[in-house]
Design a protein around this ligand. Sequence first.
Ligand code: ASP
Ligand code: MG
Length: 425
Amino acid sequence: MGIVVQKYGGSSVADATSVKRVAQRIVATKKAGHDVVVVVSAMGDTTDDLIDLANEVSPLPPARELDMLLTAGERISMAVLAMAIGNLGAQARSFTGSQAGVITDAEHGRAKIIDVTPGRIEVALAEGSIAIVAGFQGVSQTTKDITTLGRGGSDTTAVALAAALKADVCEIYTDVDGIFTADPRIVHDARHVPQISYEETLEMAANGAKILHLRCVEYARRNDIPIHVRSSFSDRPGTWVLPADQVTKDPTMEAAIISGVAHDRSEAKITVVGVPDKVGYAAAILRALGDAQINIDMIVQNVSAAATALTDISFTLPRADGQTAMTALARLKDEVGFERLQYDDGVGKVSIVGAGMRSAPGITATFFQALADAGVNIAMISTSEIRISVVVAENQVEQAVRAAHEAFDLGTDEVEAVVYGGTGR
Ligand code: ASP
Ligand code: MG
């Protein structure tokens, strides 16, 4: 039988008891005849604790040293897991990202994988070992420094290794039984999704669903790696993420046009008030943000008031970039001649996602009516072919998610969702 890559998130290896439980599952997979490669995250909240520690000794820790520090978290879990497996009588060997051949660019804190050369993993497998790889880290091709892939990056490590090793499947173990029609922490009757396309999963991940790292899904789609998202706390079947033409829709959800509702509270909204409605001004504003390396999400430009020929431009961006964006825009004030800037971080985004909406009219109306009935005001709107997103007040996000879920009849009678861990990874 072929190679199986299994990734265990921090909540699955939070303490010694969990590590032993996971070790059992890994050994069982090996005994079933597979070659097993395991990717682990840092135990529990280790990564956050290490970030806090860094901030205690330095307000702005150098990115190189921060990466060196954070990768220690995954080193602990890989070694401890290898020991636990050894204790069960199976052979296991742990490898850092660098030893496993995960080659990245030199962007500390958000490095991209540019190549994977897993020679040592192949040797370990050929010798009958289980290979344990530290997630979320690699080594820069140019500087030879240790890098990290960004928060939640272990999913991406797992898929990248699965692609390089031509594995049959990449199993992502987390603390819920796969993907649900909404976050079960908010919607108690959220329905389990047995299979879903890469495209829909990408939209969900890009719009706040925390189940999979966005880049992991992109990588899987590009390399045709089936992802099986499962709980390490149960033996339930989980969710398969697959090419669209291989997805069989749940027969009980025949009429479902919407696959799920995602929400995101990590964004803020900036409004540039009183921009002269002239050619090139929107470009100047967006250029300033681009130069500051800020990824903006939704943009709305109102029609200019006839009397003043002034307009407002609003956009959303990661809250973490709020300060940088405001500073960059303030510098443009004289050049562009706008009136003022408004910053609002009390916003959230709610999105409905579903490939079926391509061919179904009236979806937007149903969604907006549900929000209206729930008393939720819409501040901004954006759409893709298979997604409709709205920005609402942050304290109305949960209401909005529940209203949308209900309006598209996504709920189930039996409560299906069990949240086993605490952190959602
Ligand atoms: N330990 C890292 C984090 O917490 C990477 C991961 O969990 O995937 O972000
Ligand atoms: Mg983690």
